[in-house]
Structure formats: C-alpha cells, structure tokens
Write a protein that binds this ligand. Structure first.
Ligand code: SF4
Ligand code: FES
Length: 268
C-alpha cells in the first residue's frame, strides 16, 4: 500500500483566482430610482475601471449570481483627453479610463457625477457645460468670406502658457467637485471661467473680450464662485483654475469700473 500523500499541494489549496469587487450605482432611465448593484470580475494585471466594465458587459451576472443588464457608461479617447468617461470612483470624480483598479480600495464604488442629470447608469448629460461655452463665446471668431491670412503670432512663452489652459476637456470633474455648482444656482463653474481667460488672452479672441466679461457678470457668472478651491485639486489636467478665477475677478472688476465711469473699451 502506498503511503504517498495524495492531497493537493498547499499552494493549490489556498490560491483562489484573484477578483476585483465593484459596487455600481445604477439607474435604468433618467427618471427612475437609482439602486446599488455588486459585481465581481476576474483580476488582470494593469486592468482599469473601463476594462472591468467591459468584462461585466460580456457577462452581466452580479455578485449574487443573478443575471443582470450590462452597465452603461460613456467613453471615447481612452487616454484622458476627451473627458467622456468621467464618473465618481470611491467618492472622487475622475476619468475611469486612467483609473487602474490596483489604485483603489475594494469594493470599488462607481457612481455617476452628481452635478449633471443622469441619462442611464454612469452616463450623465454634460449639455450644461456646452451651453455655458456658448454663453461665454468660448471661441476665436475667424470665419469670413475671404482668406484672412495667418493669425497674429504669439510669443512662445505665452503660447505655452495658453496651451496649459487649452487642455480643458470639458470633463465636468471640477464642476462636480465645486459645492457652488448645484441645482440652486446657475453657476457656470470653474472650467468656464478659465476658458474666458484663455480666449480673452488670445490676440484675436480679445476682440470679444468685453462680451465675455459681460457674460461673466450676469446670473451664474463669477459672483457665484465661493472660493472653495476644490476645483484646482480635482482637475486631472492640472489647470490653474483658482489663478484663472482670481484673474477673471480682477478683469471683471476693472470692466465694471470702466462701464461705470465710461470708457472707449479699447482692446488691450
Ligand atoms: S478645468 Fe479640468 S476638471 Fe474642469 S472641465 Fe476642464 S479638464 Fe475637467
Ligand atoms: S475616454 Fe476620453 S477621457 Fe477617458
């Protein structure tokens, strides 16, 4: 009789496939109630939140073993450039495409951003931001019926400075982090204030400087900022939002005095 030990080696007994646990705040329609649902997906090294959501979509079975529906979320560039995949991960708004699961305490909680209306699950409607971009004329008007030629050259140092502000991807994270962007106010939010600074500094964009400052001095403009400074910490692009807001505070004050005392509003 053989006395050979037939039990599995210790490492086979204790090593279970590694998984990642998620809790997702779901909502079937824009007007239906939200509910939490738990999922567990097989771990892969370097997986991000989007690849985990794709795994759930392939096999939408929740942690109770019940068949569920695929989770809806938004994405586009997958390299933190478009801002579409923004959601709240473990309580903090950020992009899910650059959120590696190894960085988070589990269960990883996924919620839609609270500042915007929910379309479904993790998809929100950021139309408010795009409407605000129209309100502040966030563009340089160069369209014409004839060739306008090259635009004015900008000093390299200024161009590099402007490039930093132009990195804004309208992701909405700074609005979600701001306590003053809520359903009680029309505050357009920090990103939009910074965009006014960008376009007003552009040599051609400065032609519409006064209109943009006028827009900032209306309902929902700069007076709604409470200086909580959450925005500058939250921005994934490192945009100096509070510096921009301070600059726009100065610019609107000067603009107000010019309006009050009379000025020819020369573009400077
Ligand atoms: S300023 Fe930053 S956080 Fe705000 S919308 Fe732009 S990229 Fe997103
Ligand atoms: S998919 Fe574009 S920022 Fe994440």
């Amino acid at each position: 009789m053989s006395n050979q030990n037939t039990a599995a080696p210790e490492h086979e007994q204790t090593t279970k496939p590694k998984t990642v646990k998620f809790e997702v705040l779901r909502q079937d329609k824009s007007d239906s109630p939200s509910y939490w649902e738990k999922f567990e997906v097989p771990y892969r090294p370097n997986m991000n939140v989007i690849s985990a959501l794709m795994e759930i979509r392939r096999n939408p079975v929740n942690s109770d073993g019940k068949k569920s529906t695929p989770i809806s979320w938004d994405m586009n560039c997958l390299e933190e450039v478009c801002g579409a995949c923004s959601m709240v991960i473990n309580g903090r708004p950020r992009q899910s495409c650059t959120a590696l699961v190894d960085q988070f305490v589990q269960p990883i909680k996924l919620e839609p951003m609270k500042t915007f209306p929910v379309v479904r699950d993790l998809i929100v409607d950021r139309e408010f931001m795009f409407d605000s971009l129209k309100k502040i004329k966030a563009w340089v008007p160069i369209d014409g019926t004839y060739d306008l030629g090259d635009g004015p050259r900008m000093p390299e140092r200024k161009r590099q400075w402007a490039y930093e502000l132009s990195k804004c991807m309208t992701c909405g994270v700074c609005l979600d982090a701001c306590p003053n962007v809520n359903d009680k106010t029309n505050f357009i939010g920090p990103a939009l204030l910074s965009q006014v600074r960008l376009f007003n500094t552009h040599p051609t964009g400065a032609m519409n400087k006064d209109e943009r400052l006028d827009a900032l001095m209306t309902d929902g403009g700069i007076a709604e900022c409470g200086n909580s400074q959450n925005c500058v910490v939250a921005c994934p692009k490192g945009i100096p939002l509070t510096t921009s807001i301070a600059a726009m505070n100065r610019a609107t004050n000067i603009h107000m005095f010019k309006n009050f005392f009379g000025s020819d509003h020369m573009v400077d």
